[in-house]
Design a protein around this ligand. Structure first.
Ligand code: SAM
Length: 275
């Protein structure tokens, strides 16, 4: 039986006060480290400051339209985070199961859903072993908000994509977005270009970039800062991985939202069809 709904209560556990990056943060390049990075203080602050209505306005209806065009009814959100996309899709009439590897995130998502009158069906699951913890077949899997970047090892990326693939119906789609790392890797990050993420309250800036690590710093108005260590996925590499795992038709879209970039999009969105 699928572990969902009220099992969210069991996700609660003591969250450390500090993010865990070890003695040398730029050496921290492990797929499993996301759980030490999304600690309660960070998640709470993020959620408090990012206004969902503005985020929805900035994003527009791109995902909803895309899912409808593909005749999608049920969706597995594998990177639920604080629940933004799960709730949006529920409100747009989709049947949604909300998964994430982080118990802190699922607690927050569940609370956010409840505040808006929804009972989120949450499942704690790491993408590498998704089929072990989430059951059923889906018309669509979404992995949004630059989440896939948390996988540092190629074999983990392949494993996760294969797990998504297996959970899709024969004509299902995967919708996965990523930051435009090509631009950062090729052109460097200039002090002129500030990487905003959803509004004016949170400022996100790269602090260290090399071929194997993009370490971003997130500054909040109360002068607190948090970090995330991410793998800088190149667009063509990501498309190749999707193809090699078996996805047939892969369309990649540039940014659709209002951003602060000059000519290059800040995000790419891949829509990959299983058959
Ligand atoms: N989609 C949400 C949004 O846009 O607001 C959340 C995005 S957040 C940047 C990334 C999420 O991916 C986090 O909630 C994190 O816990 C989850 N995550 C990262 N690596 C994971 C893994 N290997 N398995 C499951 N969840 C993972």
């Amino acid at each position: 039986m699928q572990r969902e709904n009220n099992s969210t209560v069991q996700h609660t556990r003591m969250s450390p006060e500090r993010q865990g990056f070890g003695a040398n943060p730029v050496k921290q390049r492990e797929t499993g480290n996301y759980a030490q990075e999304y600690i309660k203080g960070f998640v709470d602050k993020w959620d408090e400051l990012i206004d969902w209505d503005s985020r929805a306005d900035a994003e527009g209806d791109f995902f909803i339209q895309s899912l409808r065009q593909h005749g999608v009814k049920n969706v597995l959100d594998v990177a639920t985070g604080t629940g933004f996309h799960s709730v949006r899709l529920l409100e747009a009439g989709f049947d949604v199961v909300s998964a994430d590897g982080s118990p802190e995130m699922l607690v927050k998502a569940f609370e956010n859903g409840r505040k808006r009158g929804h009972i989120l069906r949450t499942v704690q699951a790491d993408w590498r072993w998704l089929n072990r913890d989430v059951h059923g077949e889906y018309d669509a899997i979404i992995c949004l908000g630059n989440s896939f970047t948390h996988m540092f090892e190629e074999r983990d990326r392949r494993k996760a994509l294969a797990e998504y693939y297996a959970m899709l119906k024969h004509d299902g789609i995967l919708v996965l977005d990523q930051r435009n790392y090509d631009n950062i890797l090729d052109n460097g990050f200039s002090t002129k270009h500030t990487y905003y993420y959803c509004g004016d309250n949170v400022r996100a800036e790269p602090e260290h970039i090399d071929d194997g690590l993009a370490r971003f710093r997130y500054d909040f108005p109360d002068d607190s800062s948090y970090h995330l260590n991410m793998f800088p996925l190149r667009k063509e590499y990501m498309r190749r991985l999707l193809r090699e795992v078996g996805f047939q038709n892969i369309e990649t879209f540039g940014d659709f939202q209002e951003t602060y970039h000059d000519e290059e999009p800040d995000f790419f969105i891949h829509v990959a069809e299983k058959s």
